[in-house]
Design a protein around this ligand. Structure first.
Ligand code: TUI
Length: 306
């Protein structure tokens, strides 16, 4: 399937793997790239040297293009922005903020720039600043989310921009890909389905929660902090919601949730924040990254031909 995204990155399938903090490391990124998509190593809050090592390990596993995601709320975002240049990465994606101040440097170094945008306004600003494409992410996504849905946001961003738009949030099979292509997207970003990839190194407890989740098993916590997060309903996340409703302060909320994603990745059912998108209700088995990608595009191809 050739689109503006496959041409931009020189990849076979128009799919980016989500840049999931603490989760998206070199094995998953290399597996996705080797399968013909674009793998991503998540910077998250990790020290720059840890991510440099991840990049080097990924380079040993694949000669295909892969990228790094920079979470802009991270204190290490400046260092990671430079690392992407030093390591001559094919592309960078960003989340949780406006990467405007870094774009010129990345472009000068030949790094393709693909920010996540939750709104038409930020999408337009990114295009004016020189972004090569944007990821329009609806709030069906897991983790930190914006206010609009994929179905509503993607066509509006497509109408407003000349550069390619990649759809994200709520896509986990070929139907989702075909629908997003119909909305005008040139590709998709998929996070939640890759949580259950064999190459994804999260604890089995996390994978089991994703596989067992049904359509109503998701909640959004932390709206009052300005950083809402979607994850799987557990005793811990229900407790966070009660804490918000019962008048807890944003500061003490932040304290309670600090480090909770890492705990989830390590399998801590009681204290972990199991971030996932609401499409997890549809995910029912572990597969390799290659199987996931080939299955998704076989169905998308059939549907788009109809
Ligand atoms: O960034 C994500 N997803 C994430 S980051 C993360 S780590 C975290 N942990 C706890 C609390 C908060 C974060 C877990 N999941 N997705 C991309 C994304 N970016 N979603 C929404 C946005 C976004 C929001 C506002 C992008 C830009 C933006 O700009 C505001 C502005 O400055 O104009």
């Amino acid at each position: 399937m050739t689109t503006e995204l496959t041409k931009l990155l020189g990849i076979k399938y128009p799919i980016l793997q989500g840049g999931m903090a603490w989760i998206a490391e070199h094995k998953l990124a290399a597996a996705v790239s080797n399968a013909g998509g674009a793998g991503i190593i998540a910077g998250g809050n990790a020290p720059v040297e840890v991510i440099r090592e991840e990049i080097r390990k990924a380079k040993e596993l694949t000669d295909k293009p892969f990228g790094v995601n920079i979470m802009l709320m991270s204190p290490n975002s400046e260092g990671l922005a430079q690392l992407v240049i030093d390591e001559k990465l094919a592309f960078v994606t960003t989340g949780a903020g406006n990467p405007g101040k870094f774009i010129e440097g990345w472009k000068a170094a030949g790094v393709k720039v693909i920010p996540v945008v939750p709104s038409v306004g930020l999408a337009k600003r990114m295009e004016r600043s020189g972004a090569d494409a944007v990821i329009a992410e609806g709030n069906e996504a897991g983790g930190h989310i914006g206010e609009n849905t994929t179905m509503c946001l993607v066509p509006q961003v497509v109408d407003a921009l000349e550069i390619p738009v990649i759809a994200a949030g709520g896509i986990a099979d070929g139907r989702g890909i075909a629908a997003c292509i119909m909305l005008g997207a040139q590709g998709v970003q998929v996070g939640t389905r890759f949580l259950v990839a064999h190459e994804c190194q999260i604890h089995e407890n996390y994978k089991k929660l994703v596989i067992d989740a049904k359509d109503t098993d998701f909640i959004v916590t932390g709206r009052f902090t300005g950083h809402p997060v979607r994850g799987i309903k557990t005793k811990f996340s229900r407790g966070l919601l009660s804490f918000e409703r019962d008048g807890g302060t944003p500061e003490s909320f932040e304290e309670k949730t600090a480090g909770a994603l890492k705990k989830a990745v390590d399998g801590d059912i009681d204290m972990g924040s199991f971030m996932a998108g609401s499409i997890a209700g549809m995910i029912d088995k572990e597969q390799s990254a290659k199987e996931i990608i080939e299955e998704m595009f076989a169905l998308a191809g059939k549907l788009l031909q109809k």
